[in-house]
Design a protein around this ligand. Structure first.
Ligand SMILES: Cc1cc2nc3c(=O)[nH]c(=O)nc-3n(C[C@H](O)[C@H](O)[C@H](O)COP(=O)(O)OP(=O)(O)OC[C@H]3O[C@@H](n4cnc5c(N)ncnc54)[C@H](O)[C@@H]3O)c2cc1C
Length: 385
């Protein structure tokens, strides 16, 4: 039963399937566990559905959804920096300049906990988990470029804060940060919550990601045991996907030539429907801090090691406080929000996709075509980019 099929559920929510970003806050506030996050078979994204037998019609799911989507407002107080972690190993683990790891270590040092994303089910999915020990941190480092499952993290964060009265750092996409903040306000735990939102052009489907892994295994006739997107072994200017197989061998492909990147960045075929009208793509940010890739950053000693440069926007006093705690661990140079914006337009404004191409893409994947065939057939022009 999808959101669209279940009209009784759909109507009071006030948003349609196309606007649902999959934040699962409706599930987190349900007192009777009546909301289930279900995978849409066609596109692999999670959507909520109601178990009518459990629903007590309290309306909490509706109210939180409305607050998340309709009362969205932000302050605009942002300072911008280009920044890199001083620890080369941390930078190598990370997708950009390892700002996440710098912040996470600072929070763990002060006995807090960190919520970030790990791969699960042998790389086939990703979810937010909460860690309290720095030995668990490496699994959270490195960006996973498809939508993470966030449904379990709300209550875990609430429990941790209530039991310890310590700080939690949550890092995720802007819609996830927005949803968690609304939840935390309702539960009166917001004081202990620090948030970092990623610059995000849109999230690809876990199904497209799984199809990419299948495609790679088919191509190389081997089983994959590890994948690193935005691998920096050949340098930041030649970032790639490093694939490790069970027999110990490895393969590398340039990120900007990989079929997954084409389904995601060049064509937007694989991203979630709600991302096309994302209200959080703005210079008004949701997180206390915002992190991303500082594309277009030039002529600076920060680029010397060719290992990725982050942008960091500081959006609140909490963001400023955390930034001060990591100053010793990072090299940074003040910049402007305008420069961040100019180098990263798809993360601040709309991205587009031809509707017919998109439908064709999902149809082809559903009919068993592999990712390369589906992208090349649905959007043949992307091959020449
Ligand atoms: C789908 C997606 C689209 C993005 N688009 C852009 C863009 O257009 N422009 C840009 O500059 N930057 C974009 N980013 C952000 C950027 O690629 C890096 O994730 C960011 O700079 C953090 O890098 P890092 O080196 O600090 O840390 P890393 O170690 O690479 O980050 C790890 C942490 O990031 C968070 N994270 C990782 N994967 C996910 C996920 N799937 N969902 C939610 N949170 C996750 C988790 O907290 C994780 O623990 C995007 C990220 C994602 C996931």
């Amino acid at each position: 039963m999808s959101l669209a099929e279940n009209m009784e559920f759909n109507q009071p929510f006030g948003i349609c399937e196309e606007d649902c970003c999959g934040c699962a806050a409706c599930k987190a506030v349900c007192p009777n566990n009546a909301v289930i996050m279900k995978e849409n078979r066609e596109n692999g994204f999670l959507y909520p559905a109601i178990d009518e037998e459990k629903c007590i019609h309290c309306g909490k799911c509706v109210l939180i959804c409305r607050r998340i989507h309709q009362e969205h407002e932000n302050t605009f107080y942002s300072k911008a920096y280009a920044a890199t972690n001083r620890d080369d190993e941390a930078r190598f683990r990370a997708a950009s300049g390892a700002m996440f790891e710098a912040m996470a270590r600072a929070v763990l040092r002060s006995k807090g906990a960190v919520a970030g994303v790990v791969y699960t089910k042998q790389l086939k999915s990703a979810e937010h988990v909460l860690v309290q020990d720095s030995s668990e941190l490496p699994a959270l480092c490195g960006t996973k470029y498809f939508q993470s499952d966030i449904q379990g993290i709300y209550r875990e964060i609430e429990r941790f804060i209530r039991e310890t009265d310590q700080t939690v750092l949550f890092c995720g996409t802007p819609c996830q940060v927005r949803a968690l903040k609304v939840f935390a306000e309702e539960k009166r735990i917001i004081r202990n919550l620090y948030t970092a939102d990623l610059l995000c052009r849109g999230v690809p489907s876990p199904l497209a990601w799984r199809k990419y892994l299948d495609y790679l295994e088919e191509k190389h006739h081997k089983k994959i045991c590890a994948v690193k997107v935005k691998d920096k072994e050949k340098g930041w200017d030649r970032i790639g996907v490093m694939i490790t197989f069970e027999d110990g061998s490895r393969a590398y492909e340039r990120w900007f030539e990989s079929i997954f990147e084409r389904s995601f960045i060049q064509t937007n075929l694989a991203i979630r429907e709600s991302c096309f009208s994302c209200p959080y793509k703005s210079i008004h940010r949701e997180g206390d801090l915002t992190i991303g890739d500082f594309w277009g950053f030039r002529n600076s000693h920060l680029l010397e090691r060719n290992m990725g440069t982050s942008l960091m926007m500081i959006n609140s006093w909490k963001g400023e406080k955390l930034f001060q705690q990591i100053r010793e661990d990072i090299d940074c140079q003040e910049s402007t929000v305008w420069r961040v914006y100019r180098g990263n337009l798809p993360a601040f404004g709309p991205v587009f996709c031809d509707r017919q191409e998109r439908e064709e893409f999902w149809k082809l994947l559903g009919r068993g075509k592999n990712l390369e065939e589906a992208v090349n057939t649905a959007a043949p022009y992307s091959k020449t980019w």
